[in-house]
Ligand binder design. Structure first.
Ligand code: Z5A
Length: 205
């Protein structure tokens, strides 16, 4: 695998979409080959699964929810992520394995070791070189929301567990995570992300 795999994580309204767009523009202006994608989604089958799990108006059980996110990821990893990385692109992905650990593991209560193993199974252990965690208080993130999907309608306590889960993962895997304070201006956050990405590009050689 010769590309560079970078993922973006954070609670709702953390600014992932905004920052990915800015980073993509910057990298393209430097002549880099860049591909942007998201989870759940990024492929027709995975987008269909996204609609099932996020827009369902009937109850979805926690186990079904976990397995749909993983099914979408398995499809995305094999059909999109691996080919793009093999084509030497810098791949920017909005949410990936750590979303499942934070939402379905820490917040919903599925066993963390089990969720990590399922992530490995779904992706063939395809792990990002760099994960940018955009961290901010739950109140701040929720106040930036415009429309609400099924997950976003969860309680504040649920979103707080998600945030704490992410921070725990960042402490567990410091070689991969960079935690960025996302309660600041768009420009200040972008500057920190650029530093982390430039370092990752240098390390990738
Ligand atoms: N999910 C899961 O449970 N398990 C999994 O394995 C996976 C996902 C993969 C996907 O939702 C949901 O699926 C997500 C987790 C769950 N659930 N929730 N909730 P999504 O893709 O529809 O939504 P999202 O990923 O949470 O994105 P978002 O809410 O759109 O947030 P964002 O992309 O991080 O932020 P943004 O769109 O860039 O910015 C939001 C607003 O804030 C917008 O108006 C911006 O102009 C504004 N903004 C951005 N940055 C700033 C700053 N710095 N200051 C002020 N305002 C800002």
């Amino acid at each position: 695998m010769t590309g560079l795999f970078i993922t973006f994580e954070g609670i709702e309204g953390a600014g992932k979409t905004t920052q990915i767009r800015l980073l993509q523009d910057h990298l393209l202006s430097q002549g880099k080959r860049v591909f942007t994608t998201r989870e759940p989604g990024g492929d027709p089958v995975a987008e269909a699964l996204r609609a099932v799990v996020l827009a369902a108006d009937a109850p979805v059980t926690p186990t079904a929810e976990l397995l749909v996110f993983l099914a979408a990821r398995a499809q995305h990893a094999e059909r999109v992520l691996r080919p793009r990385l093999q084509a030497e692109a810098i791949v920017l992905c909005d949410r990936y394995i750590d979303s499942t650990v934070a939402y379905q593991g820490y917040a919903r209560g599925h066993d963390l070791a089990w969720v990590r193993r399922l992530n490995d199974f779904a992706t063939g252990s395809l792990t990002p070189a760099l994960t940018i965690l955009l961290d901010l208080p739950v109140e701040c993130g929720l106040s930036r929301q415009s429309d609400r999907n099924r997950m976003e309608a969860e309680s504040r306590d649920f979103h707080h567990r998600v945030r704490m889960g992410y921070l725990s993962e960042a402490r567990l895997f410091p070689e991969r995570f960079r935690v960025v304070d996302a309660a600041r201006s768009v420009e200040a956050i972008h500057a920190d992300i650029l530093k982390a990405v430039q370092e990752a590009i240098r390390s990738a050689g």
